[in-house]
Design a binder for this molecule. Sequence first.
Ligand SMILES: [Fe+2]
Ligand SMILES: [Fe+2]
Length: 194
Amino acid sequence: MDSQLDISLILKKIEGLPKGLQNHIHRTRKIAKSLAERYQVDLTQVDYAMASHDLARNLSDNELLKLADDLKIPVSSIEVQSPVLLHGPVAAKWLEHEFNILNPDVLQAVWFHTTGTSDFHIIGKIVFISDKLDPAKKLRFPHFDVIEQAVFEDLNYAILNYLIDLISIQEGRQKTAHPLTYAFKKLLEKQYQI
Ligand SMILES: [Fe+2]
Ligand SMILES: [Fe+2]
């Protein structure tokens, strides 16, 4: 792992993104930084992951499918239906290949930041929930304020509450959540015996 990597290389790449996306990334970096401090997780590693998570978010469906093919990212029928799900895996591959970031916990955090995964390292959990706690997303789920408050007391509990909101919203729209999201929620439910 190249712990000496200059974050400025990633910041340079962010500068090429649409302004709204840049702002989202910087807001989430602030949230992730405070969570990393709260949970005593390596700030630098969290920031590599948070700063990179949406580097491929502006790409079109076709661009993402083409890159997934080039980068040998497994594509199932779910990703074919929703290629946007590939923006995390593509960014994780870039992080590895372009920035030589090899920390598996950082790569996992970026790869799975959209769906979550039940074996998330704490870096992944911080990136996952910080992404959702961008104040610009406040109106997207009903318990935003509760989750925003809970996240500094109990990270897993806050994530579980977010997942409950997310899945109920998606099911209300007759959509199913990603299997990894269900699995992640199930694991946390077991922990809290819900
Ligand atoms: Fe994203
Ligand atoms: Fe994001």
